[in-house]
Design a protein around this ligand. Structure first.
Ligand code: TMP
Length: 192
């Protein structure tokens, strides 16, 4: 069994982190080697991004470039080595978050695709779909992206840009239902 690259995407408050961790544990229980990771990363550029989201004023293009720079390290140092070793990689956000969030901020889509051109597509994407007002109501810390109107735009861009190998899950349903659906996606990937 070779590895696979699964990205979990969705707006803030959609439950990505819970689902990503659940899938990680589900795979580990089956003896499968898996790396659970996320963007923004915990590396130096990820730290700059997290600080800048709440405080520093950056332009949308500066943010797009920072997310792409962070992703380059993520792909090169974490994702590709794990896949080359036959491991699974489950990432809590990836490339598609840049297209959706920075696209919703008005950054040109061709520019976003160009600066992220190094990033391989995921083998599958799980899109956790939740109405933006429910997403926002689940959040504890509000940063600049956690605004219902903005998240409505982000969701609309996600709907446009997510690749064909995306499975959408209604994340407004009880968590057991959401996790059950995510499990089905992973079982199908394991059968392929
Ligand atoms: P998180 O809440 O999943 O840790 O992500 C932090 C914020 O960063 C979240 O509001 C989404 C945003 N984001 C982007 O705008 N572009 C990106 O490329 C990524 C990975 C995240």
């Amino acid at each position: 069994m070779t590895g696979a690259f699964l990205a979990i995407e969705g707006i803030d408050g959609s439950g990505k982190t819970t689902v990503a961790k659940y899938i990680h544990d589900f795979l580990v229980d089956r003896g499968i080697e898996v790396v659970l990771t996320q963007e923004p990363t915990k590396g130096p550029i990820g730290d700059v991004i997290r600080k800048s989201l709440g405080k520093l004023e950056l332009t949308p293009y500066q943010r797009a470039l920072l997310f792409a720079a962070d992703r380059h390290g993520h792909v090169q140092n974490v994702v590709m080595p794990a896949l080359e070793q036959g491991k699974w990689v489950v990432t809590d956000r990836y490339l598609y978050s840049s297209l959706a969030y920075q696209g919703a901020e008005g950054v040109d889509m061709a520019f976003l695709r160009f600066i992220n051109g190094f990033a391989p597509d995921a083998d599958a994407v799980i899109h956790l779909e939740v109405p933006p007002d429910i997403g926002v109501s689940r959040l504890k810390n509000h940063d600049r992206f956690e605004d219902t109107e903005f998240l409505r735009k982000v969701k609309a861009v996600f709907d446009e840009i997510l690749p064909r190998n995306t499975v959408s899950i209604d994340a407004g349903k009880p968590i057991e239902t959401v996790l059950g659906k995510a499990e089905e996606v992973v079982l199908e990937m394991l059968e392929d």
